[in-house]
Design a protein around this ligand. Structure first.
Ligand SMILES: *[C@@H]1O[C@H](CO)[C@@H](O)[C@H](O)[C@H]1NC(C)=O
Length: 231
């Protein structure tokens, strides 16, 4: 609902643009972790990694995006195809068979290439380079109501959803020590370090920092980042 408020108020405050969101609320002994974007939360409990979110990218959301475009083809402005092909289809391949995936398929099948399939793919690129309608690499977030495909009147917003995934962690179900942590980070961290590397840093260095020190995590960061041969 915040996203509707952002939509209403964006002209009065003259703000455009958007952001992803990763939020934790602690309520009645439970952690509610809400993620709308490509950030990530993990809990490290006694050295064990407990994922608390999953990232929303054009690749992880392929089927939702394709289904939306299949149900509402006008959203593609006659410029894009909702089908996925292993690579860009070329005009000379008209009438030939090629592998494709639709919204309701996890595996690939063959189809005969038609004119429609020559349009630019709704989802194109791999990994960090994957984009929706050649524009954005994140598929959940707040704002960006005016974002359009370059040089067109095609809005990105219906594909960019503000609906978060919420995971709940019941604190009372487990014993927690002073070295157990919840980590929230953007791709700034996760592009560089894996969950395992972060967990290792925590289990190696956090126990050396005094649990009663109010600056414990600053000290943790300082001694971890200064440690030799870590990366
Ligand atoms: C997927 O949906 C399309 C369109 O409704 C349908 O024609 C096709 O048979 C479906 N494919 C599968 C594998 O269910």
């Amino acid at each position: 609902m915040k996203d509707l408020q952002i939509e209403r108020e964006r002209s009065s405050y003259n703000i455009s643009g958007g952001c992803t969101a990763l939020i934790v609320i602690c309520l009645l002994g439970k952690l509610y972790v809400a993620n709308a974007g490509d950030s990530r939360a993990i809990i490290i409990r006694n050295g064990e990694i407990i994922p608390m979110s999953s990232e929303f990218t054009p690749e992880t959301e392929r089927q939702r995006l394709q289904y939306l475009a299949f149900m509402q083809p006008h959203l593609l402005g006659n410029e894009f195809t909702h089908l996925e092909f292993p690579r860009r289809v070329q005009r000379k391949e008209l009438g030939k068979k090629m592998l494709y995936r639709d919204f309701n398929m996890t595996g690939w099948a063959y189809k005969t290439i038609e004119d429609e399939d020559l349009k630019f793919p709704l989802i194109y690129g791999e990994g960090k380079k994957a984009r929706v309608m050649a524009t954005i690499g994140v598929t959940r977030g707040l704002g960006d109501h005016d974002l359009k495909v370059h040089d067109s009147n095609i809005y990105i917003k219906p594909f960019l959803s503000s609906a978060p995934e919420v995971r709940i962690y019941d604190l009372s179900k487990y014993d927690h020590g002073s070295d157990d942590v919840l980590i929230l980070a953007t791709d700034g961290l996760w592009d560089v370090l894996s969950n395992e590397e972060v967990a290792e840093a925590i289990t190696q260095f956090l126990p050396n920092c005094d649990p009663d020190d109010p600056h414990r995590f600053v000290h943790f960061y300082n001694c971890w980042s200064r440690a030799p041969d870590l990366r």
